[in-house]
Write a protein that binds this ligand. Structure first.
Ligand SMILES: *[C@@H]1O[C@H](CO)[C@@H](O)[C@H](O)[C@H]1NC(C)=O
Ligand SMILES: *[C@@H]1O[C@H](CO)[C@@H](O)[C@H](O)[C@H]1NC(C)=O
Ligand SMILES: *[C@@H]1O[C@H](CO)[C@@H](O)[C@H](O)[C@H]1NC(C)=O
Ligand SMILES: *[C@@H]1O[C@H](CO)[C@@H](O)[C@H](O)[C@H]1NC(C)=O
Ligand SMILES: *[C@@H]1O[C@H](CO)[C@@H](O)[C@H](O)[C@H]1NC(C)=O
Length: 829
């Protein structure tokens, strides 16, 4: 994956070169101009060289496993690319540095940096020479060409009987579809069925089993494995050979191939399996070759990509999921105790067997691999335990070629920026929930995400990448929001181990778990992930190349951020949620590139007050800010914050009545608002928000504080244009029977949380109210004694929670109308 490194670097070099015009536009000293010109020349050369190399690497790395000379060469290039990256980073940093300080200070720095420019140019020259050497060596010592073996399909074909577990149901479905329902095949029809799922989940196994059992029922049967870099002509040739059509494939053109297939299948009942299809277009390009009338065709397409199942005829798509625990155990025992007649696990090994199985998380390929590994060991506790301890590294090594192969096949196909994003996810601990927002921001900060299309924000591009990794089954979605957007996902542990091995091999990043007993060196790693508390085996020397440090499992009690943070001129995200900060340093307003600023101590519910953080004057300088959460209100702050018109997320605390006008004015200027939270200084503080104008982009609104009762109906009615509002949280607002119906204008609401916000006795949900509501939380309604749900009200409610409602003594009237209800939570009622 040196290609990923180089691809990334080309972009960085482009960004560095873009500064050239600006620099030479200003006034430069003679010597300075010469030095910079020399350096830019070198950067341009490096960029040109790397660009041509990128294409080569992309191809070469597919064969890395089989050709040592190429492997060494690729490794060398990666090392040199890292060196170039370091040079460019130093250059960019020093260049920025010249812009700070007074006139005399700047001058001094510029003079001092002339030397640096010469040094960096010389360094690039040296790297370039090394690159040429490497290229020459590669040429001199190259042995075989690239005709070296491609990915063998055979490795993925494991149709041995012992591997067939837990597929009964899907097997029957597939057979049913292939036979076309009841008795025998319907005449003259073609039907496409698809089987998709993550790598190693057993797609090929399932289909091969069915195929072998059924192929004799067809006049013609063929199985073709599609490699990712397919070419239509080769594909047609393979089909011709598979069907055994008598033509000379070596001397026939595309048209001839297509015609011969078409003619051959006339009047026949045939089946064709297209295994491991990488893109829907493969099928779209060949489907016209097959006759549609006067014959019966059955196509089975397997794929690990989500777009492909959409090709299936009506509902003939199977999504293969990892095995259930019970089936996993059976499969495991069949593998590990293949020699035993009863294929049972002896009592003393059962605990370890469960641990092995748990590790595989239902992935048949991993279970089968481990089973085979154990089969070659004496079945004793000591041997097994030994293997278990080393399992993580075993799985990741070529010791288990099948598991390794599946990941390699998935990665070969990924564009380089996605490869980086993927490997990055592996740096998180096992079973870690990757939050969409967090992971997206980290990718952006790493520079993996580039603006691709006009008018698309980096966040939108990044989200597209996340969706792509999910669609390729490399990440699994754990939770989506009410509208189906990914909220968080997870990487399958087997995939993660393989990816981690790759990351280490590629110097992309290393993980320190603290469980190692031998010395662990940070040396050479570009990224470090520390996942254990015990640091005594970690040697930190040689960490000069480190550019990212992740630390897990340690809460920070940070109380202050140093003033020097203002020097981090490229900082984009400052996330200090759940820390103990009380105020932000003054210098924070110098962070021109800051886009997200999250600061807060605990936001507790019982006491309305939030330990919000104070920001001193000057926040209006941060014009690019998109998120600002949670800051203490003050007249000065509120007057300034209106200048931040790019804000999407804004949370403000300690709001007092007298702030209301300033707050409303500020919010009126923020036209992109998506998420707004206003939290009063105290439970009885009145939020006078009648003048508040909310933009139609708003999706989340949270108001904590009293609202003026007589004005409430008008306030709520003024929200009728908020079509995108999906979540509303109100606390302490004193809503009653009379004002509650005014909220019904929010007909897009999916989530409503009323915490000590309802003070009426009766809550009536009339027919047609909140048609999209999925979650309704009512907490702390002290008077509430009756809830009525009319037929046709909150029809889509999934979760209903009533807590701390001491007067509520009977279950909600009409609850039987809630057909979608899954969860009812009653507490202190
Ligand atoms: C898989 O391998 C078995 C045994 O080697 C063979 O009989 C079968 O045809 C293969 N299946 C496919 C689909 O290649
Ligand atoms: C249907 O297939 C048969 C068998 O190959 C062939 O003889 C016949 O001409 C075909 N009919 C049509 C309409 O293509
Ligand atoms: C981008 O947005 C601008 C202004 O909103 C519009 O004029 C332009 O056509 C958009 N470009 C694309 C490619 O959508
Ligand atoms: C859910 O996702 C959609 C985008 O698909 C977004 O517009 C909406 O704001 C999200 N809702 C919440 C409450 O996060
Ligand atoms: C409802 O809002 C309160 C405070 O406003 C909050 O503490 C609570 O967690 C929210 N409930 C849910 C389910 O989000």
């Amino acid at each position: 994956m040196a290609e990923a490194v180089v691809g990334q670097l080309v972009v960085t070099l482009g960004a560095a070169l873009a500064k050239e015009t600006a620099i030479f536009g200003g006034s430069l000293l003679g010597k300075e101009a010469a030095a910079l010109r020399g350096l830019f020349g070198k950067i341009r050369r490096s960029k040109a060289e790397l660009e041509s190399m990128q294409v080569y690497l992309q191809e070469a790395e597919r064969f890395k496993d089989t050709d040592k000379t190429t492997a060494i060469f690729v490794g060398e290039i990666r090392g040199l690319a890292f060196q170039i990256e370091d040079v460019i980073d130093e250059f960019t940093y020093k260049l920025e540095d010249c812009k700070h300080g007074g006139f005399a200070g700047k001058m001094k720095k510029r003079l001092k940096h002339i030397k640096t420019w010469h040094r960096l140019a010389a360094k690039l020259q040296e790297i370039e020479a090394n690159l040429q050497d490497a290229k020459r060596r590669k040429k001199d010592y190259a042995v075989v060409g690239r005709s070296a073996s491609r990915l063998s399909n055979q490795a993925l074909n494991f149709t041995r009987d012992e591997d067939l577990v837990g597929i009964e149901e899907n097997k029957e479905r597939l057979i049913r579809w292939l036979t076309g329902g009841g008795d025998g095949l319907e005449q003259s029809s073609t039907k496409v069925t698809t089987v998709w799922g993550m790598p190693g989940v057993g797609k090929t196994t399932l289909v091969a089993h069915v195929y072998n059992a059924m192929k004799l029922d067809f006049d013609a049967a063929g199985w073709v494995t599609i490699s990712e870099s397919y070419c239509i002509e080769d594909l047609l040739k393979k089909i011709v050979v598979e069907f055994g059509i008598a033509v000379d494939v070596a001397n026939i053109d595309m048209r001839g191939l297509a015609d011969s297939i078409h003619d051959y299948l006339q009047g026949k009942k045939y089946i064709l399996v297209l295994d491991d299809v990488w893109a829907a277009r493969v099928w779209l390009e060949i489907r016209n070759v097959f006759p549609t009338s006067n014959c019966t065709g059955r196509f089975v397409i397997t794929s690990r990509k989500h777009e492909v199942p959409l090709l299936a005829t009506r509902e003939s798509a199977i999504h293969l999921e990892p095995l259930q625990a019970h089936h996993s155990s059976v499969l495991f025992c069949k593998g590990a105790f293949w020699n035993n007649d009863d294929k049972q696990c002896p009592l003393e090994l059962q605990k370890l067997a469960r641990k092995f199985v748990a590790k595989c998380q239902g992935l048949p390929i991993a279970i089968a691999c481990i089973g085979r590994l154990l089969l070659c060991k004496p079945p004793t506790f000591a041997e097994w335990e030994n293997l278990y301890t080393g399992l993580d590294s075993q799985l990741a090594k070529d010791v288990i070629p099948d598991a390794h192969m599946i990941l390699k096949a998935s990665l070969d196909d990924l564009p380089y920026d996605l490869k980086n994003c993927f490997l990055y996810c592996a740096l998180f601990p096992e079973d870690y929930l990757l939050r969409r927002k967090t992971i997206m921001r980290q990718w952006i900060a790493e520079g993996f995400i580039r603006e691709k299309e006009e008018n698309k924000t980096l966040e939108e591009v990044a989200e597209g990448y996340l969706v792509e990794l999910v669609d390729r089954s490399l990440l699994q979605v754990v939770e989506r929001n009410y509208t189906g957007r990914i909220r968080n996902c997870r990487m399958h542990d087997v995939i993660r181990l393989l990816a981690l091995n790759k990351a280490k091999e590629e110097c992309f990043g290393k993980v320190y778990t603290g469980s190692v007993t031998q010395a662990f060196s940070v040396e050479g790693a570009r990224r470090m992930s520390v996942q254990g508390k015990n640091l005594e085996h970690m040697s930190r020397s040689g960490a000069t190349q480190l550019r990212a440090l992740h630390v897990f499992g340690r809460d920070t009690d940070v109380e202050s951020v140093p003033e020097a943070v203002g020097r981090l001129q490229n900082l984009e995200v400052l996330d200090a949620l759940r820390s103990k900060l009380k105020y932000l340093p003054n210098s924070v307003v110098k962070l021109q590139k800051l886009r997200y600023l999250y600061v807060s101590a605990s936001v507790t519910f019982e006491t309305v007050s939030v330990a919000a953080v104070e920001v001193r004057n000057g926040i209006h300088h941060l014009a690019g800010l998109r998120a600002l959460q949670y800051v203490k209100a003050s007249p000065e702050f509120l007057r300034e914050v209106g200048a931040l018109i790019e804000l999407r997320t804004f949370g403000v605390c300690n709001v007092r009545s007298e702030h209301s006008a300033d707050l409303s004015n500020a919010i009126a200027k923020m036209s992109h608002h998506v998420h707004l939270e206003v939290i009063a200084a105290a439970e009885n503080e009145m939020l006078q928000l009648e003048g508040l104008q909310l933009p139609p982009t708003l999706s989340f609104l949270g108001l904590r504080g009293q609202l003026e009762k007589p004005l409430m109906p008008r306030l709520f009615s003024s929200w009728s244009h908020l079509n995108k509002l999906t979540r509303l949280d109100l606390a302490f607002s004193s809503i009653d029977e009379g004002t509650f119906p005014c909220l019904l204008v929010l007909c897009g609401l999916c989530f409503l949380n009323l915490s000590r916000a309802f003070e009426g006795k009766r809550l009536n949900l009339c027919a047609g109210s909140f048609p999209k509501l999925r979650d309704l939380y009512i907490w702390g309604a002290s008077q509430l004694n009756q809830v009525e749900i009319e037929e046709g009200a909150i029809e889509n409610l999934v979760e209903l929670s009533l807590a701390d409602c001491p007067e509520l003594k009977i279950l909600a009237d009409g609850i039987e109308h809630l057909a979608a209800l899954e969860k009812l939570h009653l507490e202190d009622t």
